[in-house]
Design a protein around this ligand. Structure first.
Ligand SMILES: [Zn+2]
Length: 445
């Protein structure tokens, strides 16, 4: 049973305890957009916040204030039991620097380490001082709440879906997830043994198309999504078919993609040459099974921008990590036919000028939407002018509509509430028992 309630019911301490039982929720951002997710959950005088994302429409240097959660910015409300960050993507954690230090923060330990390391290289990093850590299926207590994280398959590393329990109610927040990445078995495991008695499924719908349910149901989006295994397969074939170097453009924090590219390299007999940012974050994660400096067939090229960044900061010990496996442009040219570069977009021009890409190819392994803007078009035009072939080879970080439907059917929640989507109104044609809510509206679970 879901009904709209007045926010004043939640904050009035004079209310009898019985009236404050159950669970109340308001989505601050995400009811009608992808990114910037923030959800406040209340029960028995205690509140928690799920994610404090920066909206995707905000520029890198644009200031976006925190959503109006009492105590979040000034630490003045002891009822605010904590902020849980589902995963280390900016559109889920990006406003964390405005959260008052008194407010406890919970995030995955590996995600925390990765973001701290990334801070040197990118605005997509952050130093977060967490009070507790998320770990697969280990419950965390926050005020009146028990939050049980489920490690999720997503393009962000150390990502979780969250089971939130309080006041006799159970809410399941998917966070961002998919069923076609390198951890697809986690998705299937959850489908096979879903938590029981879920009252509300707060379900991401990145791929629920705003054009409408009937249209979405007929469109290819409902088919199985292109998977990380597909990317590994096609990259392996591309490496075999290319005479020169293959340059893959990806995000340094997309560890699943690093694994896919490394595996393709091993299969094709090529050496993977990643950048310092990628090498640094993967080492910071601290998981010995992930491809990192010291692995067979892995070298590191430090692109100019990262070299200058190290020099300006004086943090020369950052190079110690890669001393034994660092390579330079002459080496890249000499070994072009047996290397695959995993580098940022900004490194492509210098590689091209150095002659590394002669006879080679460039592969865009990021969201193709980035290619639509002026910068993306310029980038492609530059490659065309240089005569370097260009292609897109990517798998989405988000579940296909078909997988979302399988997931909702398996959980069989009391209601499905859309979040992280531009297609909230299309949910009704795709799922049973849908109850959309607006940003800022309190509702009862
Ligand atoms: Zn994400």
């Amino acid at each position: 049973m879901v009904s709209v309630i007045d926010a004043t019911d939640l904050t009035d301490p004079s209310l009898p305890a019985g009236d404050r039982d159950g669970m109340q929720v308001r989505i601050h951002r995400g009811a009608r957009e992808i990114g910037g997710s923030c959800v406040e959950v209340a029960s028995g005088g205690s509140r928690i916040v799920l994610d404090v994302g920066k909206p995707l429409w905000a520029g890198w240097d644009e200031f976006v204030p925190l959503p109006e959660v009492p105590g979040l910015a000034d630490g003045s409300d002891t009822g605010l039991a904590g902020v849980v960050i589902s995963h280390p993507h900016l559109d889920h954690f990006g406003l964390i620097d405005q959260v008052h230090p008194k407010v406890p923060i919970v995030i995955g330990a590996e995600a925390q380490r990765m973001l701290a390391e990334a801070e040197f290289f990118s605005q997509a990093g952050a130093v977060i001082d967490a009070d507790q850590f998320l770990a697969d299926r280990v419950p965390v207590r926050l005020g009146a709440f028990t939050v049980t994280p489920f490690l999720a398959d997503h393009s962000g590393y150390d990502s979780y879906s969250l089971l939130v329990e309080a006041g006799g109610r159970r809410l399941f927040y998917t966070g961002d997830f998919r069923g076609h990445g390198r951890k697809a078995r986690l998705f299937e495991k959850l489908l096979g043994h879903p938590p029981a008695g879920i009252d509300v499924l707060l379900c991401e719908g990145t791929h629920v198309h705003p054009s409408g349910a009937a249209d979405a149901a007929a469109a290819p989006v409902t088919h199985a999504a292109r998977s990380e295994a597909d990317v590994e397969e096609s990259l392996t074939a591309r490496m075999a078919d290319t005479a020169g170097a293959v340059a893959v453009i990806s995000s340094a924090q997309n560890i699943d993609r690093l694994v896919s590219v490394y595996r393709a390299c091993r299969r094709a007999g090529r050496i993977l040459v990643c950048d310092l940012y990628t090498a640094s974050v993967v080492c910071a994660i601290g998981r010995a099974t992930l491809p990192q400096p010291g692995f067979d067939g892995l070298r590191v090229y430090v692109p100019n921008a990262q070299r200058v960044r190290v020099k300006r900061s004086g943090q020369f010990d950052r190079m110690n990590l890669i001393r034994a496996c660092r390579v330079f442009p002459e080496w890249l040219v000499e070994h072009a036919e047996k290397i695959t570069l995993l580098q940022p977009q900004s490194a492509v021009a210098e590689l091209e000028h150095a002659g590394v890409l002669a006879g080679g190819t460039v592969v865009w392994s990021l969201w193709p939407g980035y290619l639509e803007d002026a910068g993306g078009k310029r980038f492609q035009a530059g490659l065309a002018e240089a005569g370097v072939p260009f292609d897109v080879d990517h798998a989405s970080g988000h579940a296909s509509v078909r997988d979302l439907q399988r997931f909702a059917a398996a959980l069989s929640p009391g209601v499905v509430v859309p979040i992280h989507t531009e297609g909230a109104h299309a949910y009704e044609g795709l799922f049973d028992r849908v109850a959309p809510h607006e940003d800022g509206e309190w509702w009862e679970v």
